[in-house]
Design a protein around this ligand. Sequence first.
Ligand code: GLA
Length: 707
Amino acid sequence: MSDFILRLQSAVTDVVIKTHPFAEIIYWGPHLSHFSSQDAACLTRPVANGRLDVDSPVTLMAELGHGLFGAPGIEGHRQGLDASPIFTTIKVEQNEQNLTIFSEDKHAGLRLCSEIQLDSSGVLNVRHGLTNLREQPWQVDRFAVTLPVAERAREVMAFHGRWIREFQPHRLILEHDSFVLENRRGRTSHEHFPAMITGSQTFSEMQGEVWGVHLGWSGNHRLRAEVKTDGRRYLQAEALYLPGEIALAEGETLWTPNLYGSYSAQGLNGMSQQFHRYLREQIIHFPDNKPRPVHLNTWEGIYFDHDPQYIMQMADEAAQLGVERFIIDDGWFKGRNDDWAALGDWYLDEKKYPNGLMPVIEHVKSLGMEFGIWVEPEMINPDSDLYRSHPDWVLAMPGYETLTGRHQYVLNLNIPQVFDYLLERMSWLLGEHLVDYVKWDMNRELVQPGYNGKAAADAQTRQFYRLLDTLVARFPHIEFESCASGGGRIDYEVLKRSHRFWASDNNDALERNIIQRGMSYFFPPEVMGSHIGNRYCHATFRQHSITFRGLTALFGHMGLEIDPVSADQQEREGYRKYTALHKQWRDVIHHGVQWRVDMPDATTLAHGVVSQDKCQAIFLVSQLAMPDYSLMAPLRISGLEPSARYQLTLLDHPNIQITGEGGHTMRKLPEWMTTSQTVSGEWLQQAGLSLPILDPESAILIGLQRV
Ligand code: GLA
């Protein structure tokens, strides 16, 4: 048996796979320093009474035919036949940390190619390709990647959300059956971020074992955590297909999306750090190495009200504030005066811009800033010239009334003329103007997505990738942001062809604290768009100090979402201050190691970044609501060099009122805040640092410099 045991290893994680006769992952856990393939024999299971007389493996393809009795990894048929495949390994290729297993079912006429890669970051990346070997099509109903996890992974964490409330974590103890997350919205969605984390009970940011997975796919999907009746557990993820959507012709291959997995014995931080490193090394490709420029986006400043003179004034002010990239949002194209009309008509609105866009762009450039522009290519308003001439270009099911969302329909990118039209219009915009950056939006879900009467959600997602890929190849110097009503299309597959995410349309700092933390489990700060919004938040009408807003926006790809012309002096000072502070720490934030800190009081959120060389660190403590306790727990800072000493600095804080009499939260500040102090990395990690008592909706920023 030991001949058929292969191992993929990284410094933190190993995966052990039994390859014959059926491929099976038998171990995914901590790195094994004394591995011998013979050891695997002691994991051979007994056969329980009262069920099949043979062992039932959870194979790589999780076929029902082995007696899985759980959610299988493959379902489909050839007009009812060949519906219960079992794949037998025919060839195995290992090239360092890449394993490819070829297997076949001769009865069903199907071939499988499974690619398993364990990156040096510790991230596991798995996908399967299914090929039909017969003349008659094989109808694919389901095709998933299945990853067994240890029996002790009893707790599940996933994310729910909605527009202006993305990445909300929730947890449950799963003892039996399954927990399923299904997305049928046609884009990655705000509601069902395609990820699941399982772990030892009460795993936290800093403790416990966790196995986290993310499906790299921007369409419909299904993720599942399953407990078999024998106690074994697995995670499963797939693109979700609508009825009849996928039929494989002879010789045709269907690939699952990539499923990315990260195991950590050090809680959620370890999982995220591995994902971040993987993205930085394998997926994120910025056109060049320059720092991520600070943005000013016009949306919440002027909405659809575009006057080039005023926009140039905004640019003047933006440059004064330290902004490095100026973006014109929605409202620049023909007839776009509100969200009822004009999507699809990608021609400049000459009434608003009688001299064209170039004077504005040149003005922005003359101020030393880059120029960006908003588009939403996949959409069409019924009230548009495009719809009037091509009503049949809509992604819809014939015979039914198509529902609008934000007064718009979806364009059917599967129609070659539609694809060509969009490519031509986008190429005009990007080729004939000095554009450095595109905010690519997608503001409607897919309902009854149809092409030639058949379901076409999967095909639509693939065509979106193709369109964006073509533009990225044609304009390699341009960066793209993925936005879908805020954070509706955030995933690793779209990140292969984009450079930033608009995390949420909600710039309320209180809400952003939760949203951004949720996003940080899977994405590093440099791809997370985080803007300082108006004092009165447009999404919630809450009011926050510039300090709280500024500090909250600091830990991402920062920007401003305001009108700097109409802002008062105090606000402007704040924008300038936090832009400068971000630039000062940008290198650490965008390249360092991110840590979230466990705090006993759920109303306190603490997180920070330690530079790769452990010489600098920056930590933010945000108090979201009235603290539960009268003192705040010490802040324990991980990731520093234990033997080194660090100078503590209070980089920024609100007006910490110490009234002595008459109430308020605090009489005396912690000592380190008023005297100069150095502390060892070990002490900070094990014992920590006293915190001042913060008011609700305020934050402090702490800097550490190795001495
Ligand atoms: C979406 C985006 C916003 C903004 C508007 C413009 O809602 O999420 O940021 O660009 O569209 O219409």
